[in-house]
Design a binder for this molecule. Structure first.
Ligand code: ZN
Length: 277
């Protein structure tokens, strides 16, 4: 049953990927700064490497953690006797909050930022950016999610549904898709929209430090990290990292090597300085 679900999930993800890729080509929100072929070649190679990494770690991580938690009676929901629908809903909400927290940590902790910046270096943002993560970040993230599963003890179905929602939402909110203003306005009351998440990929430090949410739009509003629109507007805002407005981010080896370069986060506006001994 789990493998059936996983197959449907993969199919649904591929379908949404194709729909968004076609839609963003037909209704682009922004003009691209680099040719798509150049970026996509690298992003898709990174995605393939990540899938390989996930193949290895994924199954032995989150889902295994859920059945381990159930068998050994650990994790919050294995101690409570609440109705299944309530535990299911709470698991989804708590997971999403934890992912919001994880995203903030990847920006604030220099070592994690070194990895996460591979995602942010992308010079344009579209549906492939959603899955452009350094393989090491993918593995760490998988371990974090497994630890969460052990803490929460959710059902296998909740783990699966959450992974699917996160995946679909990430593809949607990274897409270069133009939505009618009225739709964006209504959607972003509860769901992170492409215009909302694009602000987070701005080179302006204050804007990068906003809109951390992936699915539920509420967290940024509650924790005061919400910026509705980029100051320069969606057409003129610069996407990526200020210090890497080069061809580098569109190259595979450059992207994979980025975390191991010496400088962590050179923008002085953040007040971050490397320790000088
Ligand atoms: Zn980020």
């Amino acid at each position: 049953m789990t493998s059936d679900l996983a197959q449907y999930g993969l199919l649904l993800s591929l379908l949404l990927f194709a729909i968004l890729a076609a839609s963003e080509a037909m209704f682009p929100r922004r003009k691209r700064s680099l040719p798509r072929v150049k970026r996509w070649r690298t992003n898709i190679l990174i995605i393939l490497m990540d899938s390989a990494a996930l193949r290895l770690v994924g199954p032995i991580a989150a889902l295994a953690a859920a059945s381990y938690a159930a068998q050994h009676h650990i994790g919050l929901f294995n101690w409570t006797d609440w109705p299944a629908w309530l535990e299911f809903t709470l698991a989804l909400i708590l997971f999403d909050l934890a992912i919001y927290g994880q995203h903030i940590a990847t920006h604030k902790i220099p070592l994690l930022w070194a990895l996460h910046k591979v995602h942010h270096a992308d010079r344009d943002i579209d549906v492939t950016t959603a899955i452009r993560f350094h393989p090491v970040e993918i593995i760490l993230s998988m371990l974090y999610k497994s630890a969460l599963v052990l803490l929460l003890g959710p059902s296998l179905l909740a783990v699966f549904v959450f992974a699917l929602i996160l995946n679909l939402c990430a593809m949607f909110n990274h897409s270069n898709l133009r939505l009618p203003d009225w739709l964006d306005k209504r959607l972003r009351l509860f769901l992170v929209t492409p215009d909302m998440h694009r602000v987070h990929h701005s080179t302006v430090p204050g804007e990068t430090d906003s809109n951390y949410g992936f699915s539920i739009a509420l967290w940024d509003r509650i924790f005061d990290t919400y910026i509705p629109q980029p100051e320069a507007g969606h057409d003129d805002m610069v996407i990526g990292l200020k210090e890497y407005q080069t061809d580098g981010p569109a190259a595979l080896w450059w992207s994979l090597a980025l975390p191991f370069q010496k400088r962590y986060r050179p923008d002085k506006a953040k007040g971050y300085k490397r320790k000088s001994s």
